[in-house]
Write a protein that binds this ligand. Structure first.
Ligand code: ADP
Ligand code: MG
Length: 389
């Protein structure tokens, strides 16, 4: 999003000079379906972002304008509730959380837009929430601590967007750090940064453009299957509360009593956490190819044991397997559609993109989109000449 266009639009609509905030989308390098099992994830903030311009308007209303939808909407701050204007809910939901936490929010205007593809699994929704929360914190000098901002944004998604998401997306948008992945422990929220010095590799996302309707029902089924595994192990080891507390050996001790499907699901989650931890060590050593192998391991587990892939995702990952210029590939996100994430040799990336697009078109008759992304800092102010604060 061109910041000067945003600023000009703001002046045209509201006649004031705004303060400007950006908040990025995210990728997740490895660690899928581990968050709700109290495990680890490894996201990073990317150079696709939401940009918001805000200023006080001395009323008790907020006036919002989406540049990308070219739509405006106005709401009273006295009585915040989910709106029929879907895009507004991410901002209203955050304002509601701030108010509920006792912060004083006065009337404000907001113009926003961005280049994070919507609904592709790069968390445009979290970027919007986090950007809105940070913008309001700056505007009203609320001095909200970063982890608190993450939680307000997550809660906004639960309450105003009706999506019971985990904390990864908002965490990555706010806490992202240039050239680093965030290893987040979803049990304690402890985190550490791991350098991703990709040197000669480029992260390329391939967007299947499909979203199979199975996604939400299967998601709920997976959660239940994991709970059943935990319950079985708990009979023998009363101290365990989640798959995070369970080793493969402990799971194997109750294998006879377990439904084979439940066993497959649980062993995937346990192995995925192990892959992530050893993958972080490889990143620290700068072993990108070693890390890439873990990504393939993740995909195979998601596809065969957790069974959340689909033919489009499998096709895109399989395409890369014999290409020596792709060191790692896997489906990213909840599954049944969305993107794959690929680590591709920079000098071959154009060959890769052209080849995989052509193959996908031939197989599914879909014009696939690809996104080349770099790892950037999390939510922050954009300094612009003449902007007021
Ligand atoms: P994801 O977070 O994976 O991109 P979601 O379905 O959670 O997908 O969120 C997408 C929704 O967020 C959109 O339907 C829209 O309401 C809102 N949104 C995202 N980006 C923008 C944008 N640039 N302008 C307006 N609304 C946006
Ligand atoms: Mg989302």
């Amino acid at each position: 999003m061109d910041v000067s266009i945003l600023k000009d639009k703001f002046f045209e609509l509201y006649g004031a000079a705004p303060l400007i905030v950006r908040s990025p989308g995210r990728i997740n390098l490895i660690g899928e379906h581990t968050d709700y099992n109290e495990g680890f994830v490894l996201p990073a903030a990317i150079d696709k972002e939401m940009v918001l311009a805000v200023a006080k308007n001395n009323t008790d209303k907020c006036r919002l304008h989406s540049v990308d939808y070219n739509e405006s909407a106005e709401f009273s701050l006295k009585d915040l509730k989910p709106s029929d204007t879907a895009w507004a809910n991410y901002i209203l939901g955050v304002a509601d959380q701030l108010k509920k936490a006792g912060h004083t929010i006065e009337g404000f205007d907001c113009v926003f837009g961005g280049d994070i593809p919507m609904g592709a699994g790069l968390s445009s929704s979290a970027a919007l929430e986090c950007g809105a929360g940070y913008a309001l914190s700056e505007l009203f000098k609320l001095d909200i601590e970063k982890t608190q901002l993450v939680k307000f944004a997550q809660k906004a998604e639960h309450t105003f967007a009706g999506v019971q998401c985990g904390i990864m997306d908002q965490f990555a948008s706010v806490m992202g750090k240039k050239d680093h992945a965030i290893r987040l422990d979803c049990r304690s929220l402890e985190f550490s940064y791991f350098p991703i010095n990709l040197r000669n590799y480029q992260v390329v996302l391939c967007d299947t453009q499909v979203k199979h309707s199975l996604a939400s029902s299967e998601y709920n089924t997976r959660r239940k299957e994991c709970e059943r595994g935990v319950a079985a192990v708990k009979e023998k080891y009363p101290e365990v509360n989640s798959l995070r507390d369970i080793s493969l050996q402990m799971l194997n001790e109750v294998k006879e009593q377990l439904d084979p499907v439940v066993y497959k699901r649980c062993s995937f989650v346990i192995e995925e956490n192990e892959r992530l931890l050893s993958g972080c060590a490889l990143l620290e050593e700068g072993d990108i190819a070693g890390f890439g192998k873990k990504m393939y391991g993740s995909h195979d587990g998601l596809s065969e044991n957790y069974e959340v892939s689909c033919k489009e995702l499998d096709f895109l990952v399989d395409y890369t397997r014999d290409k020596e210029y792709v060191v790692g590939a896997r489906m990213m996100g909840g599954g049944f559609g969305g993107c794959t994430i690929n680590l591709v040799a920079i000098d071959q990336k154009d060959t890769f993109i052209a080849g995989i697009r052509e193959a996908y078109k031939e197989k599914f008759n879909i014009d696939m989109k690809t996104y080349e992304v770099a790892v950037k800092d999390g939510t922050g102010r954009v300094e612009v000449a003449n902007a007021t604060a």
